[in-house]
Ligand binder design. Structure first.
Ligand SMILES: [Mn+2]
Length: 272
């Protein structure tokens, strides 16, 4: 039995199947975990969700910003843009099943004692235990009766600094932003949402979250994340592994074989 963690699929079903075939993935034997952004911008939203749903207990995922955006579009809270490419999925006869399935997915997962999986990463002031507890707070909202009210209040960039005394919509918004949208940190603890570039191309006042000292993260622990295509999987630290290698932008789709600690990729050009 192997556990594989796959980077941002973004509705690229063909690439996903090629990648899983290349490692001999078996839904009967193995487990697949995704870092979120299952859909969004790619051409095969319906095929991707149908397939991942069909894997049953062999599949799990954390939610990414595009997955939460899908829930908001389905709820009529946000309008889909043409480049979201969600029409085939939203008009599926099974859409309600898929939406209710996604609502039960967390923002953070612990695949073993030493690893944390989230879409964007781990806020430098949080331990893994805190991230999992805050993810549970969001799951309580997403699975509750008022899940659409929660989504209405989810959008926005403030507050951009964590304070454990935050309550209600502000608290939930910070948790969602830290776990699904974070890239750079300013001044040690401020979330920045303007820059999507690679670290070497960013202004000197911006630090990638994984280069900020986290006194609560032990040397043996590692954060596995996606979301940041410009990194191309390069973090220069053993405490963070980025799996978004920009397949949707013509680059690669990557998965990590967790037990062997080996990455495998397929190139966009070889799958067209
Ligand atoms: Mn993302």
């Amino acid at each position: 039995m192997a556990t594989y963690i796959v980077g941002d699929i973004q509705a690229c079903f063909t690439g996903l199947v090629r990648l899983l075939d290349s490692v001999g993935f078996s839904a009967e034997r193995d487990k697949l975990i995704a870092v979120g952004d299952l859909i969004g911008r790619g051409p095969q939203a319906l095929e991707t969700i149908e397939y991942l749903y069909s894997l049953g207990d062999s599949f799990d995922t954390v939610l990414g910003n595009h997955d939460l955006h899908l829930l908001a579009i389905y709820s009529g809270i946000r309008k889909a843009k043409p480049n979201d490419k969600l029409d085939t999925l939203l008009s599926s006869k099974n859409i309600e099943t898929y939406i209710n399935w996604l609502r039960k997915k967390p923002l953070a997962l612990k695949p073993n004692e030493y690893k944390l999986v989230t879409h964007a990463g781990l806020y430098p002031k949080w331990s893994i235990k805190q991230a999992l507890a805050y993810s549970d707070e969001i799951s309580e909202q997403l699975t509750g009766d008022k899940w659409q009210t929660f989504l209405t209040n989810m959008y926005g960039n403030q507050p951009n600094v964590w304070d454990k005394e935050l309550t209600g919509a502000k608290r939930f918004r910070f948790i969602v932003n830290a776990l699904t949208r974070m890239r750079f940190i300013k001044g040690g603890d401020i979330l920045d949402f303007d820059c999507k570039a690679a670290p070497e191309d960013a202004s000197s006042e911006l630090t990638p979250w994984f280069n900020c000292h986290n006194e609560k993260l032990k040397n043996s622990q590692q954060v596995i994340f996606g979301h940041w295509a410009a990194l191309n999987g390069v973090t220069h630290t053993t405490q963070a592994t980025g799996l978004d290698t920009g397949y949707i932008w013509g680059n690669k789709l990557t998965l990590l074989d967790l037990s062997r600690n080996v990455k495998h990729s397929v190139k966009y050009k070889e799958t067209q």
